[in-house]
Write a protein that binds this ligand. Structure first.
Ligand code: ZN
Length: 173
């Protein structure tokens, strides 16, 4: 297994849309293992999407585990949100690809239904609420080339971009 580099904003590759997985072969299993390896070796990591990693043609895969013991791995292939509640979940979120301790609330649905496949291609449907629902929306956004700060109002986004500029200058010195 190998660690994969996590792309950092404003890397334009974070806008890449993931390729749909059609073939569930050994090469795919290797990619998923590497994603979990990267996840479990990164501090404070709840989930990763293939499009935020240094893959040449990232596929529609996300790996999720926010258990304390890191023993509840969930891999979703080709996930999509098929239903979302109108009720919102107002808790700030961050991202492994957005440095500088940026946490913002971006109006996620409180509950979602997601259709996906497991790592062997078996169809899965899951319902989630709260933190898990937020996490799924965040990761599926990644696979569509979107990061959480893309949801901010223009004013808030300018504030965040300023903070990130400052952070980049500071980390270069
Ligand atoms: Zn993220």
């Amino acid at each position: 297994m190998a660690m994969i580099r996590i792309l950092q904003y404003p890397d334009p590759r974070l806008k890449t849309k993931a390729e749909k997985v059609e073939v569930f072969d050994d090469a795919l299993q290797k990619i998923i293992d590497d994603m979990f390896e990267t996840h479990y070796n990164t501090d404070n990591c709840a989930a990763l999407a293939a499009t935020q990693l240094d893959f040449e043609n990232p596929k529609a895969i996300t790996v999720i585990d926010f258990s304390k013991e890191k023993n509840q791995p969930l891999c979703l292939v080709n996930p999509e949100v098929v239903w979302r509640s109108e009720e919102l979940y107002d808790e700030a979120e961050g991202c492994m690809s957005v440095p500088g301790g940026i946490y913002e609330t971006v109006g996620r649905a409180l509950k979602v239904k997601v259709k996906a496949q497991d790592r062997y291609g078996k169809p899965i449907e899951l319902e989630a609420e709260g933190y898990m629902a937020k996490c799924l929306q965040h990761e599926i956004d990644h696979l569509n080339g979107k990061i959480f700060i893309d949801h901010l109002s223009r004013l808030k986004r300018q504030r965040v971009d300023k903070k990130l500029d400052k952070y980049r200058r500071w980390s270069r010195d």
